[in-house]
Design a protein around this ligand. Sequence first.
Ligand SMILES: Cc1cc2nc3c(=O)[nH]c(=O)nc-3n(C[C@H](O)[C@H](O)[C@H](O)COP(=O)(O)OP(=O)(O)OC[C@H]3O[C@@H](n4cnc5c(N)ncnc54)[C@H](O)[C@@H]3O)c2cc1C
Length: 380
Amino acid sequence: MILPADHSADAAIIGGGFFGCMIACHLAEQGQRVILLEREENLLDKASYRNQARVHQGYHYPRSLITGLRSRENYTRFVSEFGECVHTGFEKYYAIGREFSKVNAAQFELFCKRIGAPLSEAPGHVKALFDRGLIEEVYRVEEAAFDARKLAGLVKRRLEKNQVRVWTRTEASRVEPASGGLRLHASQSGLPVGIQASQVYNCTYGDLNGILRGSGLPLIPLKHELAEIALVEPPAPLANLGITVMCGPFFSLMPFPSTPWHSFSHVRYTPHAGWNENTADDMSPAEARATGTPVSRVEHMRLDALRYMPEVGNIIHRKSLFEIKTVLPVNEKDDGRPILFRRDCGLPGLHCVLGAKIDNIHDILDEIDNAEAPPARHAA
Ligand SMILES: Cc1cc2nc3c(=O)[nH]c(=O)nc-3n(C[C@H](O)[C@H](O)[C@H](O)COP(=O)(O)OP(=O)(O)OC[C@H]3O[C@@H](n4cnc5c(N)ncnc54)[C@H](O)[C@@H]3O)c2cc1C
């Protein structure tokens, strides 16, 4: 479809991942006219699919009490709102490494108590799967995984219901002030498209600075990692289990519900590269992607993980998903995952959003509702 060059909306959303789509639905439900732009052919196909699919309940963040507490609250909200996309039909265990771990078992127990996360001793047959010389303790926990494909289906139905105009294969490049609000420049199949909008939400995750760069605005300091999530067929004894070894250079193996496989990641080997993007001279995710897909490191992951859990040696690698993972540099030490919601980011009406983990959507929508919203204006 060839689009006419000019369009208008109350809000234009850049990025059709989970966050962009949910914000689009939220604003449309409030009566705003919304246009959503996605560069790829499909929605929720980038970070919102290429991740570990864990619905966080706090256990993963023993060094950040605030992220632990927010995860606890948002877990309940996420499971209640997106229950049809949440897979709970497996047993989830967290194990604590004896050496190299940043927390010990006593600290982990105390942390779970503080955030009110359910925890119990793992049964003997599960403990027996671990090398107890390397693993101090194993706990049964309550944690789910989400099915990203089902989530995409649900989100698409909501977008339709709320009459959000969705343009895929449309790449936004820059935003500039214009009479009555902002003008967003984009291209579809090489043809320029312009959108006049009162508000523009930049929901491009790792590419947040791409829009800011294009618009000549200051960048947001971000930390990127080129990450590999291996999808593997687990051996029978691990088929119904999700395992996470904490809190250091260890691994996770847990169901990846949109496939018959488990996701497999390793703190040391999953990141193929890591860098900060603070200034226009730093490498952008687009430049990193242009260097091509790296060779899988799943064999390194397997060889290290089987020392802790010998059955991991019997996984069968099916494929790997590569994605740039983006976090805030400020969380490098505590591994926390707060949201970034930067209102009027360089320009009045341009808002930048980084969700950091999927359940944080509730914090973002609360932030949008709580902020003193300017009166909805219909752009000319
Ligand atoms: C390896 C990895 C593991 C993770 N594990 C977990 C986990 O277990 N649990 C959890 O909760 N979270 C996890 N996360 C984080 C989670 O995936 C993200 O917080 C979430 O998916 C971000 O959603 P989003 O909509 O912001 O980004 P995305 O889903 O990436 O959406 C952004 C969209 O913007 C589009 N876009 C970019 N630039 C433009 C442009 N110029 N014009 C138009 N469109 C554009 C992209 O194509 C993309 O579709 C993980 C992330 C990674 C990478």
